[in-house]
Write a protein that binds this ligand. Structure first.
Ligand code: NAD
Length: 280
């Protein structure tokens, strides 16, 4: 990482000069649904400046010019040109970029979900040398839902059966969604229990009565749904439904760019959107 904000980066910025105080942002996967939204949402913002776009070597976008930048498949130069990178890709790409960023000590904003143990370990290594924001959902509304779900669970306790249902577009690869898991974990935290000891991600066949304190998560896939989550607390004779519907990816893109501007200059460590939004 370097600090000269007023430098241009050969091959990356095509001669543009960068705003002095703006975070210099490398976006991974600009040909993807979220990558495209982030590139679009960066236009007109003063707190961030795009400095590099990196995609997989076989992506059709490599070599194309987007938002004035040539998309590259080479992370090293892109990371060296940037003060932070934003990653909405795949767990394998998250691991590989975190390893490269650890060498370069570049802060990160990670939105990729379904992270496996290898990717989590790579992010833990990066968080030792740079600040890293990791969030399954970058929208303000969902992060409010996380806080309220925990509060409801703490107040009502496990006698109110808690179930989370999520719906996403047909192309989504991981299930349940990272956001559904985050809501379910918030409920477990409200109950004061370890989530893994009470979770139920699928039901089929003769499952018997529902155990007290179980937290269920169900997945629906179809069409072009951006993301819907409902946490329901079933009591005796009444229930509470806490829901969130995303109708546009721009909310995640704006949240990720806000997090990128926030994380530059923070101490090394792992942060989430609750930290970024000042909701803790
Ligand atoms: P997508 O398939 O449309 O895009 C993925 C992009 O990653 C593609 O451009 C692909 O070329 C790129 N990519 C893959 N491997 C790469 C590599 N090695 N190097 C560079 N680029 C690489 O997927 P999407 O719908 O944009 O979602 C991406 C991720 O973001 C998913 O995990 C999804 O669940 C998550 N997501 C998170 C949030 C949030 O708020 N945290 C919101 C929406 C989606």
């Amino acid at each position: 990482m370097f600090d000269g904000a007023d430098r241009t980066i050969a091959g990356c910025t095509q001669g543009r000069r960068l705003a002095v105080s703006a975070a210099r942002v490398c976006v991974l996967g600009p040909s993807g649904r979220m990558g495209r939204s982030i590139v679009d949402a960066a236009a007109g913002r003063t707190d961030v400046t795009l400095t590099a776009l990196v995609d997989r070597a076989d992506a059709g976008s490599v070599g194309q010019v987007l938002a004035g930048l040539t998309v590259t498949a080479h992370p090293t130069a892109a990371l060296a040109a940037s003060s932070v990178y934003i990653d909405f890709t795949t767990p394998a790409a998250t691991r590989a970029f975190a390893d490269a960023a650890t060498v370069a000590r570049v802060p990160a904003v990670i939105g990729t979900t379904g992270l496996d143990a290898d990717a989590e370990a790579a992010l833990a290594r990066l968080a030792k040398v740079a600040p890293v924001v990791v969030a399954a959902n970058f929208s303000l509304g969902v992060n409010i839902v996380l806080g309220v779900a925990q509060q409801i669970a703490r107040t009502l306790g496990p006698d109110w059966d808690a179930e989370v249902v999520e719906t996403h577009h047909r192309a989504k690869r991981d299930a349940p969604s990272g956001t559904a898991l985050a809501i379910a974990r918030a409920i477990a935290a409200g109950h004061g229990v370890n989530y893994d000891s009470v979770k139920r991600h699928s039901r089929d066949g003769d499952i018997g009565p529902r155990p007290r304190g179980e937290i269920g998560v169900s997945t629906v896939r179809g069409g072009d749904v951006v993301g819907e989550h409902t946490a329901t607390f079933y009591g005796a004779g009444e229930r509470i439904e806490l829901g969130h519907r995303a109708t546009s990816r721009t909310i995640f893109a704006a949240g990720a760019l806000h997090a990128a501007a926030w994380v530059v200059g923070k101490a090394p460590g792992r942060y989430d959107m609750i930290d970024v939004l000042g909701l803790r």
